[in-house]
Design a protein around this ligand. Structure first.
Ligand SMILES: [Zn+2]
Length: 446
């Protein structure tokens, strides 16, 4: 098991022969082994300790309220319907729903999960994308280290109130960036090679076991199958999406089993369940690939001085030349990118509405619908058909359901809810007073 206190990236031990089979064996021998429990008293790393762990506020943890946040990774709002996902549809229609809900830039997994748990935008958390160019190591990398996250989370806020918190996250990089923030954490396992995520079957068993064994007040769950089968689904651009549809139906069933468990164990009447996605999904054919490294390097002024963080539907461009030339370089990068086929927009990173900090580089380029970026190499860097990160992948399902009286029944709102609303909603549900320094960027949806 990785040492989370080091804050380093999560790596599986080398030479693990067949993780999926080992995971299946774990299931056969009992669920206990599914729970990789970090000690509740685990010491926080120096970097994390500075994020507002001032003192416990001695609030009784006796409240019966329970909040479950389920992220159906990469799900499109219209995919929740009577055909493939009848249980999700019923849960949505019986609770409070927002049909115009939206992911936020960059429409990627890590930043939107961070927004959910912090309630603040990337210019305040330091987490704007999945993939960035890290100037300190002069290389691109995934934002998957616990110390990358520079804002307080609702997990820590509830910990300080004496409440129990848990994360059950199917993706290794999510497990990495949230680090030791929840009191208990499931380490995703078994991991499907390449995709870097645990199948929903295992994740949901872990979530169920977490509730039965630990009964957290707040549990944050990521279900990765729908996203992962979407990314690799070669029938995606045709609209057939065979693998993805199978994943939708299965995940719907797992959610139904989970809610049944809540009802049968008497938890439902005290529960609020937030179900949403972190972004949606778009598919592209192999000939609709944008690669910007070549055009940048063909420009005499920019050549050799531009690094790119490829986020599927969004490229982040970093000027590596002299700081005094940055303004000129930004304009030049915009101009060069805007001329490339498949580019929707090339914007200075400082555009106010995006709320991205310096980690996101100097220029943000979004591709058009039906296209994807592959950088730096036009062929090998991003061969998969399904992508997100661009503006067309903004819309997400977002609903609040559950048996607790604070959840209204059968209410549809025309407001635009956002991923960043999750933390203030959870805080409001538990009656936790106060907000982060500088206030929430989202708002409670209760
Ligand atoms: Zn995602």
């Amino acid at each position: 098991m990785s040492d989370l206190c080091s804050g380093g990236p999560v790596r599986r031990p080398a030479g693990d022969p067949a993780p999926y089979e080992r995971g299946a064996a774990d299931l056969a021998t009992g669920r206990r082994t599914l729970l990789q429990l970090g000690g509740a008293g685990l010491a926080m790393s120096a970097a994390t300790a500075g994020l507002g762990m001032e003192h416990a506020e001695a609030v009784s943890p006796r409240t019966r309220k329970r909040a479950y946040v389920f992220v159906i990774d990469g799900c499109k709002p219209e995919e929740i319907d009577a055909g493939l996902t009848p249980h999700l549809m019923r849960l949505r229609d019986r609770g409070m729903r927002w049909s115009r809900a939206s992911s936020m830039p960059i429409m990627e997994t890590i930043p939107n999960h961070v927004m959910m748990m912090t309630g603040v935008r990337p210019d305040r958390s330091g987490v704007p994308a999945n993939s960035i160019y890290d100037r300190s190591i002069r290389d691109t990398r995934t934002l998957d280290r616990a110390r990358d996250l520079g804002a307080d989370t609702i997990l820590q806020r509830l910990n300080r109130q004496g409440l129990r918190t848990a994360t059950v996250l199917s993706k290794e990089y999510l497990y990495g960036i949230f680090g030791p923030r929840a009191k208990r954490r499931w380490e995703p396992f078994p991991i499907i090679p390449v995709s870097g995520h645990a199948p929903d079957e295992f994740t949901m068993r872990a979530a169920t076991a977490m509730v039965e064994d630990y009964d957290p007040h707040l549990m944050f769950v990521n279900l990765g199958d729908i996203d992962r089968y979407g990314h690799t689904d070669l029938t995606g651009p045709t609209g057939v999406r065979a693998l993805r549809n199978l994943a939708l139906a299965k995940t719907d069933n797992y959610i139904a089993q989970f809610t049944r468990m809540l009802v049968e164990t008497g938890r439902w009447k005290n529960s609020m369940m937030i179900v949403l996605a972190d972004h949606s999904m778009d598919w592209s054919y192999p000939h609709r690939v944008v690669s910007l490294q070549g055009p940048m390097d063909s420009d005499p002024f920019l050549a050799g001085k531009v690094a790119i963080g490829d986020n599927g539907g969004a490229d982040l461009l970093y000027w590596l030349g002299p700081a005094a030339q940055r303004e000129k370089a930004v304009r030049r990068m915009q101009r060069v990118a805007a001329r490339v086929d498949g580019v929707h927009a090339a914007l200075p990173r400082t555009k106010k509405w995006m709320r991205l900090g310096p980690e996101a580089g100097d220029v943000v380029v979004f591709c058009k619908k039906g296209w994807r970026f592959s950088d730096p190499d036009p062929v090998t860097s991003n061969p998969i058909p399904g992508n997100h990160g661009h503006l067309v992948t903004r819309s997400i399902p977002f609903f609040i359901t559950g048996g607790h009286r604070s959840v209204q029944r059968g209410v549809a709102s025309a407001d635009v809810a956002h991923t960043v609303d999750v933390a203030p909603t959870v805080a409001d549900f538990f009656g936790v007073k106060g907000s982060p320094r500088g206030g929430w960027d989202g708002r409670s949806r209760l």
